[in-house]
Design a binder for this molecule. Structure first.
Ligand code: F3S
Length: 640
């Protein structure tokens, strides 16, 4: 049996362990990226590691999330990141340059390389034949310091694309269809590898859209082989020499397979409040729309913008609709302004935002109360838009632009709106937003918004406490630490952020956790889904939450909990009823289970009843839990 592409790349970078699904592996990392929202904490952690120059080929610090400067906090964070970047030889991407994944794809992505980024949509660069993985900030800091990253070896799913999509079907519809089939849990601990003759009809940025939303499947990453379309994109970027052929062996083995006939697909939308609540657009034809957002790391490429502009050209946005457009990078914005497409958008009545995440992360443009917002973004969790009772639908740029004109959800395109292939345009490269400096003596700027990183305690053999929160299935990192714009400026200020933890689920959680000096949280299936947001573990660490019981954990969040010395204990679904908020609970014999894996006993000290909860840790994770987190354990792990 031959090798699939994912394992080919992983085996060429393997430093530790074997490529057996479920086993811990350590891989060499060639590139890292951070964004400002997770980056502040990652760089505080990097500072604590006392290194000089980063140990990777290319590390880039992007500013794209917290762009509003209505107070000093965001600017403080940006300046902190700029100063740390200079001290350690990290490229700094200034605010206004664009969204991290779009910029990484344009400027630094290279076939066959590995990338780890402190943003869950880092897999976007899988479109370039890379292994690109989203991780917590601390893991990225360790990768910058050591050039290595540890993960559970994923299994590989083959998604075989056949046929050719119909004119109004886009890459977004392909990934929405796959989400409908596999659900938000379908990719956990898996790499989604695309194969088949249908690939040739997809441009590099189409593939990037598909890889981007592999994160919504919960996948470790997604990857495409390289081909003429890859080369075409690299030529556009003036980086043709970076091309190498990367593909699976003819007889490659896979762990799971899914066939997708592109010719059968139709325009799709994900309904509130989950990216896998996917239905054909036709089902919602005529639904009144208040706001339309085109942009984000999913759909802000030059081609996406050109397709939207073609639909808008010579037409008018409906009176009751606010259309906002954020191009993915400063290069794209420059090109749109040079070729006249920007004028077409503005003439139609679109509001142009600066290049960045903007509305995707709730940084401005919160929708109307109870309003309907159509967005080309990747997530529609409740409240993420900044309006808790708004309904966000995920759509392609084409559906978004058309619906903005009509004023309601629509797929009734006219022939003259169609732009099949965007002309192969050389990119207007803009290096003025990138700063690439190195001075190991550079002074790090620490404004008053930046507070120390919380550190955990060494593990004890017994832990007791109250259940300070009990929640259901699919709790996202947004639930744990809301990402609304009022809180984003405090990503480097965990004590402030903690006051809002779970505020949309149980507003009394913070007070209860403080009153009980920590305790336990009980969750359902897929606990911690969503983003790589490390704060969703840093905050519980600060609040002295010692263990989380859940039926299952999302991959990145589980790692973040362990990085923070918090036990991720797996319980059976029926055992959720064992916990209540009145009684005291005790976990016993922890040290032995941490060292050897297995089941800890959990005792209700009031009724004396007990259950078992499972803990399976890799050797490296055992050290972290024993030391109360990765930062405490970094020396013990041999500088890894
Ligand atoms: Fe930014 Fe939204 Fe992507 S916050 S990195 S555009 S998921």
């Amino acid at each position: 049996m031959g090798m699939n592409l994912a394992y080919k790349i992983l085996s060429s970078k393997l430093k530790d362990g074997e490529l057996i699904p479920g086993q811990q592996i350590g891989i060499q990392i060639d590139q890292t990226l951070t964004q400002d929202s997770t980056g502040t904490m990652a760089y505080l952690q990097l500072e604590a590691m006392n290194i000089k120059h980063v140990a990777v080929e290319k590390a880039v610090a992007y500013i794209d999330h917290n762009m509003l400067q209505t107070g000093f906090e965001n600017m403080d964070d940006h300046e902190f990141i700029r100063s740390v970047a200079k001290k350690h030889g990290i490229v700094f991407s200034k605010p206004g340059n664009g969204v991290c994944h779009q910029l990484q794809l344009e400027n630094f992505s290279k076939p066959g390389k590995t990338l780890v980024g402190s943003d869950s949509h880092t897999p976007t660069c899988g479109a370039m034949g890379m292994i690109a993985i989203g991780a917590g900030g601390l893991d990225v800091a360790v990768a910058m310091a050591t050039g290595k990253y540890y993960l559970q070896c994923p299994s590989v799913v083959k998604v075989n694309l056949t046929g050719k999509k119909a004119p109004w079907v886009s890459a977004k519809d392909i990934i929405l269809y796959i989400l409908q089939q596999l659900t938000v849990k379908g990719g956990v601990n898996k790499i989604i590898e695309y194969t088949g003759e249908g690939i040739a009809s997809l441009s590099l940025t189409d593939r990037a859209t598909i890889c981007n939303m592999g994160a919504e499947l919960g996948a470790t990453t997604s990857v495409f082989p390289t081909d003429e379309r890859t080369k075409e994109y690299l030529v556009q970027q003036g980086r043709e020499e970076d091309y190498i052929e990367m593909k699976a062996d003819e007889d490659a083995a896979y762990d799971q397979e899914l066939d997708v006939d592109l010719s059968k697909l139709v325009p799709m939308t994900a309904k509130p409040h989950s990216p896998d609540a996917v239905v054909p657009v036709k089902e919602l034809e005529g639904m009144k729309v208040n706001q339309v957002v085109i942009g984000s790391c999913t759909n802000s490429s030059f081609a996406d913008m050109m397709k939207a502009a073609k639909i808008l050209k010579g037409r008018k946005v409906a009176n009751h609709v606010s259309l906002v457009i954020a191009p993915g990078s400063s290069s794209i914005l420059a090109m749109l302004s040079q070729n006249g497409a920007l004028a077409d958008m503005v003439q139609a009545g679109a509001r142009i935002l600066e290049c960045g995440c903007g509305p995707c992360i709730g940084m401005g443009q919160a929708p109307l109360s109870k309003g309907v917002s159509l967005r080309t973004i990747n997530r529609n969790f409740k409240g993420r838009s900044g309006t808790n009772d708004a309904s966000v639908y995920l759509v392609s740029p084409e559906i978004a632009a058309l619906s903005a004109i009509k004023g309601y959800m629509s797929e009734e395109f006219k022939d003259d709106m169609y732009l099949d292939e965007v002309p192969n345009t050389p990119f207007v490269k803009n290096r003025n937003f990138f700063i690439d400096e190195y001075d190991e003596n550079n002074e790090v700027y620490m404004g008053p918004n930046i507070k120390p990183v919380p550190r955990g305690d060494k593990i004890s053999d017994e832990i007791s406490g109250k259940v300070v929160l009990k929640v259901g299935d699919n709790i996202s990192t947004d639930h744990i630490v809301p990402s609304d714009s009022k809180l984003l400026p405090y990503r480097s200020n965990v004590p402030h952020l903690a006051k809002f933890s779970f505020s949309k689920v149980d507003p009394e959680f913070y007070d209860r956790a403080i009153a009980n000096d920590g305790g336990f949280i009980v969750g359902g299936d897929n606990y911690g889904q969503g983003s790589s947001r490390e704060h969703a573990a840093l905050v519980p660490n600060y609040l002295k939450i010692k263990a989380i019981f859940a039926v299952s954990f999302a991959r990145i969040h589980r790692s973040n909990l362990i990085n923070n010395g918090i036990l991720p204990l797996v319980i059976e679904a029926k055992d959720q009823d064992f916990f209540n908020d009145q009684d005291n609970y005790k976990i016993v014999n922890i040290k032995e289970v941490v060292d050897h894996n297995g089941k800890v006993k959990v005792i209700n000290e009031t009724t004396n009843e007990s259950i078992e909860a499972s803990l399976t840790l890799s050797p490296r994770e055992k050290v972290m839990i024993n030391y109360g987190g990765l930062l405490n354990a970094i020396k013990e792990l041999g500088g890894e």
